[in-house]
Ligand binder design. Structure first.
Ligand code: RAM
Length: 942
């Protein structure tokens, strides 16, 4: 037991542990984790009423902030004297520590803001000031941009190279002289973006560690720029800004372009990359020097990157490196002048989410040589990113790196499922001793990296895998006594990482990699349990709105480069993500501003469906209509039925119509728009009634009689009470019909687990989640999965891989099981009625043969954790919970009539901070205030 508690505490991050161990002696600790617009010390934001966040650290039961004071100054000096020349909120009586809106002087372009906060607790004690945090404003007015868009003048390429999409990455440089003494500098800030991808250098140093900037948006509507402080990189005298431009999403290939009729294969947004950059140097004396993209820049396409494409890979000829190109003193007389071009239509906006970065580097576990000279490095983990390779050899030798998720039976690399994405990097050696290569304008989905062309046998350490994704913070942790479940959660998390590239993508490997809406609809909550995605989703929901059609249809994926009015829009369960995902974000982060921004868009979607389907059954205008994608009918297994699993598509669609109407009504409720709340609430009720009338028979059988049909109906709450119970009965028989196995696809799987759990069938849910027979997650794991597969039968023993035309091994849709694990195994649930973890429902389901399970989420309000332990199936149960300051929880402890519940050593209802609420569904329900609790369920006579 002791070991278990130690383990529990070990899961708590250091800052919280300190609070547990010591507790503030004579006052609350200083607030921590200060953030602005969800980010730590963001630069160049364009939100003029930014929201501030902090965390109260206090483990006392009932610890609550009662007041705060925020001071914001435009210089550190003023702030250190407690002078808030931008804003001094004064002491504000409030429990809010999230979404506190800045209310000081108007924020202008370039304003620097330094801030700190202190709080008063429930005992009236004042904390010390927090550490100083900061943000800065970007360029708020288009007129602030003096820079002009520039591009390198196109150079003739041999026909063949053009055909293969090969385009050398242009290198651009601009020399300037610092007009003032270095010691007189106050600040130097660069605002930069590209159409395409940019890598920025100043005087030979990389500026920032982000990659694949400025990331993907619909550049015709929104172009993200980034802001970097470069003061330390400036030199006296001559300085040089250097930029390498890659094609990226703007000018390179994009998934599915090849199936769009008459579509372009490359250059979907524009033919060649462009750059926009503005470097502003300020002296302490107020002097200003501005260096911008203009006709003075020079460019060459004769550098080492001979071709780079996100899908196909990068070709790097080290013989063509131009040493010193990004430093002063380089002779660029052979470079050409650039072309100044008129700007594109898209608005410039500050990037508001975490950048894409290399977040980890994985060592190879082993190298195999399936054929002479073919070396395959196994990183033991499927991931998205690229390889970094150390190598040597004669000049001109081409070394080829191919990437794949799995191997063929003979140990060779399997690449058929990549379709037309080559995922191949080529490095041509300079021959100068040891060389290191890492591509920058591509990424690959892979576990294995195959190296050919070396004249020697490489060492294991010669290649490492760089893990690349939007660097949102991981907030969720999970552990339990069943290694299969632990592995499953690891696989889910890795699949999430592999598919966060500024956009939540379906897959990272084949020629697709799109922000498919249905996939994230089912996965969003799992994703928010694993990572803090508030900023990420805020960005992506703008992509979703950008891709909404005039008539209100949401796209099937966002960004949508292929004209959503003509194709790939409006599919039930996909387009609906435009309603489901913002609601999920609201539930987790209490972001009413996002709802405010999004509401009109959401209602336009529901109005579209309604307008086209006035009889309230969604039968018309369902776009591509994927239904419960990859359900049991898609399985190719001996003896497995080829029909009967797929829910009829009109039934499926009508369910989503009802649910989206319902969620839109709830949004209206939150936004205090009673008229709309009533309208969409009524509509939801009418769709439900129409649904029941048309698709549910007197016996509660739902048309199609599928697992997914019952699961969704129960989970969405579409049925009247008597029908609900019958639906559960039918769901059980529908499982029986499949020998107790799942026949659900993307949309039915999680709802099925949730419906079973709610209906008192949690052991059955556990059985499905822990199963090792196909179709199951356990089957994938037993067959080597390190990420979740697109298809239940992605690989089948004896049969082999599924059809390579659609068989990704890193799709997160079925990873939505992670939500069930957090909600039901651990029992951690945010409450949408008091969002942002204001009220937490702790409702664990010990079961599945587990002796213990624990999990935590570092929520925006602080750490939420739960751990339960039971030595024997009927033995005493312990449940430990951690509730962050200023929040409250309902804790539901399973206890039989013959048992009693203790907290610490006292009857739970008498414990400090605990109030008994009621008995419900074989549980004792308690309301607790913040703090750490240890409940024990023992026999009455103990
Ligand atoms: C596939 C995608 C995605 C799915 C759509 C319908 O091609 O990979 O997962 O949402 O089709």
């Amino acid at each position: 037991m002791l070991a278990a508690i130690v383990a529990f505490v070990a899961m708590v991050p250091p800052q919280a542990t300190a609070a547990v161990a010591s507790g503030p002696a004579d006052g609350p600790a200083a607030p921590e984790s200060l953030r602005c617009e969800y980010l730590v010390d963001p630069l160049g934001i364009d939100q003029t009423s930014p929201r501030l966040f902090w965390k109260v650290v206090d483990n006392r039961r009932g610890a609550t902030q009662r007041a705060y004071e925020i001071v914001v100054a435009d210089s550190l000096e003023l702030l250190s004297q407690d002078v808030g020349n931008l804003w001094d909120s004064g002491m504000v009586a409030s429990e809010d520590s999230v979404h506190v809106v800045y209310a000081g002087k108007p924020l202008r372009s370039r304003t620097e803001a330094f801030w700190k906060v202190r709080i008063w607790d429930d005992l009236g004690r004042m904390s010390p000031w927090s550490r100083v945090a900061r943000w800065s404003m970007g360029l708020l007015d288009p007129a602030d941009w003096q820079a002009q868009w520039i591009e390198a003048v196109e150079q003739e390429l041999p026909e063949g190279e053009q055909q293969s999409g090969a385009r050398p990455a242009a290198m651009l440089r601009r020399r300037f002289y610092l007009t003032q003494a270095r010691q007189n500098l106050r600040r130097a800030v660069v605002y930069v973006t590209a159409l395409g991808l940019y890598e920025l250098w100043l005087n030979g140093q990389r500026v920032a560690d982000r990659v694949l900037a400025p990331e993907w948006t619909d550049y015709r509507r929104r172009i993200q720029y980034q802001t970097h402080e470069v003061h330390d990189l400036l030199l006296p005298g001559e300085n040089v800004v250097g930029v390498i431009l890659g094609d990226g999403w703007y000018a390179g290939r994009i998934g599915l372009a090849h199936i769009v009729p008459d579509g372009k294969q490359r250059g979907i947004y524009g033919p060649r990359p462009r750059l926009l950059l503005q470097l502003e140097i300020e002296g302490a004396d107020g002097s200003r020097q501005v260096v911008v993209t203009d006709a003075e820049w020079r460019a060459t396409a004769d550098g080492p990157i001979r071709a780079a494409d996100l899908l196909d890979g990068e070709t790097y000829d080290a013989r063509r490196e131009l040493p010193g190109w990004n430093r002063p003193g380089f002779d660029d007389s052979s470079w050409q002048p650039v072309r100044v071009v008129t700007g594109p239509a898209g608005r410039l906006v500050a990037q508001q989410n975490e950048p894409i970065r290399v977040t980890q580097r994985l060592a190879a576990r082993k190298v195999i040589e399936p054929a002479p000279g073919v070396f395959i490095f196994d990183f033991g983990q499927n991931l998205a990113g690229w390889c970094r390779i150390r190598l040597h050899g004669p000049a001109g030798t081409t070394v080829t790196l191919r990437h794949g998720e799995v191997l063929n039976g003979d140990g060779t690399l399997y690449t058929a499922n990549l379709r037309s994405a080559a995922q191949t990097d080529r490095y041509i050696l300079s021959g100068q001793g040891q060389e290191i290569f890492e591509p920058r304008f591509t990424y690959h989905g892979f576990r294995y990296g195959e190296v050919t062309g070396l004249k020697y046998r490489p060492e294991l350490e010669d290649v490492e895998a760089c893990v690349v994704h939007s660097a949102a913070r991981q907030v969720g942790r999970f552990a339990c006594s069943d290694p299969l479940l632990e592995k499953l959660m690891q696989n889910v998390l890795w699949t999430q990482r592999a598919n966060l590239m500024g956009v939540p993508t379906d897959c990272p490997q084949r020629d697709e990699r799109l922000g498919w809406m249905g996939d994230i609809l089912v996965f969003a909550q799992t994703a928010c349990f694993n990572m803090d995605l508030a900023a990420f989703f805020t960005k992506w929901l703008a992509d979703v709105r950008d891709a909404q059609t005039e008539d209100g249809r949401y796209p099937d994926f966002a960004p949508h480069p292929f004209d959503p009015a003509a194709r790939f829009s409006g599919a039930p369960g996909w387009a609906d993500a435009g309603v489901f995902v913002p609601w999920c974000v609201y539930t987790n982060y209490a972001d009413t501003r996002l709802l405010q921004e999004h509401f009109e868009s959401a209602r336009r979607w529901v109005d579209f469906v309604h307008r086209r389907n006035p009889d309230l059954l969604w039968r018309a205008d369902r776009g591509n209509d994927y239904g419960d994608w990859l359900n049991g009918d898609a399985l190719e297994l001996d003896g497995w039925p080829r029909s009967g699993a797929a829910i009829p598509k009109d039934v499926f669609a009508t369910m989503f119509f009802a649910r989206s109407s319902e969620l839109t009504a709830r949004m209206a409720g939150v936004l205090a728009r009673p008229k709309e709340a009533r309208h969409y609430g009524r509509l939801a009720g009418e769709v439900r009634a129409a649904f029941e009338k048309k698709y549910v028979d007197a016996d509660g059988r739902i048309a199609g009689n599928t697992q997914t049909g019952y699961a969704l109906a129960v989970h969405f709450g579409l049925l009247s009470e008597p029908m609900q119970n019958k639906a559960v009965e039918h769901l059980l028989s529908a499982l029986q019909a499949y020998g107790g196995r799942l026949s659900t696809g993307f949309h039915g799987t999680l709802p099925l687990l949730q419906a079973l759990t709610r209906a008192g069938q949690v052991e059955l849910a556990y059985r499905l989640v822990q199963s090792r027979s196909i179709p199951s997650w356990g089957y994938q794991i037993e067959h080597g999965a390190t990420t979740t597969w697109e298809r239940w039968d992605g690989y089948v023993e004896g049969r082999g891989f599924a059809d390579p035309r659609m068989n990704s091994f890193a799709h997160y849709a079925f990873g939505s099981v992670g939500e069930w694990i957090f909600r039901s195994v651990i029992g951690i649930n945010p409450d949408e009625a008091d969002p942002g973890w204001g009220h937490i429902v702790i409702w664990p389901y010990p079961g599945g043969g587990l002796s213990w399970a624990e999990g935590q989420i570092d929520s925006i309000r602080g750490l939420v954790a739960c751990r339960w332990q039971r030595e024997a199936p009927e033995g005493p149960l312990t449940v430990e919970v951690q509730i962050p300051p200023g929040t409250r929880a309902t804790v539901a402890i399973p206890a039989g009539e013959q048992q009693k519940v203790l907290e610490g050593d006292r009857p739970a209802e008498e414990a400090e901070g605990v109030r008994w609420l009621r008995r419900q569904a074989d549980r004792e329900l308690y309301r607790v205030v913040s703090g750490h609790y240890r409940f024990r369920v023992v026999a009455n006579e103990d």
